[in-house]
Write a protein that binds this ligand. Structure first.
Ligand code: NDP
Length: 249
């Protein structure tokens, strides 16, 4: 089994990196010299755009389309990572979707999709990473501050992210002996399509004012914390959830 030496560039798989937090994190980590695999589910053009942007800055990245809600596609994604770069050091489990409904109104399809992608998809990628990540590697999961806030209408989504926090702590224990850390980053409201879609300007303004810092998070606010979680400075942090939200909870 290979070992990561201090300051070595890493091979990093970011799920859901064609847009939003994942895309910004991919660009930042590539600038730091890491090799990136950009996973996505639908948007070929946006994924290719991020790859080109990284390559134009002198970085190394490739994209691979795989729906993380399907375990066979997750296996293909990991195969691709190993075929392309020969190893995998870091998994950033970022792909996610959100539908908002009160529990009494939520339909079966929304429940199934949220659990298929946010929960089952994350388990599929964690399972492959647990088997195949380099000694000394890192798994970073995306939770959400709604696990603490518990806002009405977020029931199924918040439950899917609460599960991520449980999985984070348990997988960290199960990986004893491999020197692999498992942590979760839990953003608050962040200006991406996932958060903005379907909300009125008034509601967005209200949610932006909810944190003591009185603004929405930006993708850069989250990407810098994910980069910290990837790099050597955070090596002693394990089995933790870090909320990044301007103090909203
Ligand atoms: P976006 O909607 O901006 O981007 C979602 C990304 O996930 C896209 O790249 C999309 O790919 C990809 N994706 C969606 N479904 C799948 C799938 N089945 N398989 C593979 N990729 C998929 O989301 P954000 O950047 O806002 O969110 C990123 C993560 O952060 C999510 O886990 C989210 O729950 C979490 N989060 C976000 C917050 C926010 O306020 N924005 C707050 C707290 C947590 P494609 O372009 O192909 O559709």
């Amino acid at each position: 089994m290979s070992t990561i030496s201090v300051k070595q560039e890493k091979v990093i798989l970011i799920t859901g990196a064609s847009r939003g937090i994942g895309a910004c994190t991919a660009i930042l980590l590539a600038k730091q010299g890491h090799k990136i695999i950009i996973n996505y589910a639908n948007n070929d053009q946006e994924a290719e755009h991020i790859v080109k942007k990284i390559q134009m800055n002198g970085g190394i990245a490739t994209a691979f389309k795989a729906n993380i809600g399907h375990s066979n596609e997750v296996i293909q994604l990991f195969e691709y990572a190993f075929e392309t770069y020969g190893r995998l050091d870091v998994l950033i489990n970022n792909a996610g979707i959100m539908y908002l409904d009160k529990i009494e109104d939520v339909d079966d399809q929304s429940i199934d999709q949220i659990l298929a992608i946010n929960l089952k998809g994350a388990v599929y990628t964690m399972r492959e990473a647990a088997k195949r990540l380099t000694y000394g590697g890192k798994i970073i999961n995306l939770s959400s501050s709604v696990v603490g806030l518990r806002p009405e209408g977020y029931g199924v989504y918040a439950a899917s992210k609460a599960a991520i926090e449980s999985l984070t702590a348990i997988l960290a224990k199960e990986l004893r002996g491999k020197n692999i850390t498992v942590n979760a980053i839990a953003p608050g409201p962040t200006a991406t399509e996932l958060f903005l879609k379907g909300k009125s300007d008034e509601l967005i303004e209200q949610l932006a004012k909810a944190a003591p810092l009185e603004r929405l998070g930006t993708v850069e606010d989250i990407a810098v914390v994910l980069a910290f979680a990837v790099n050597e400075e955070s090596n002693w942090i394990n089995a933790q959830v870090l909320r990044v939200n301007g103090g909203i909870v």
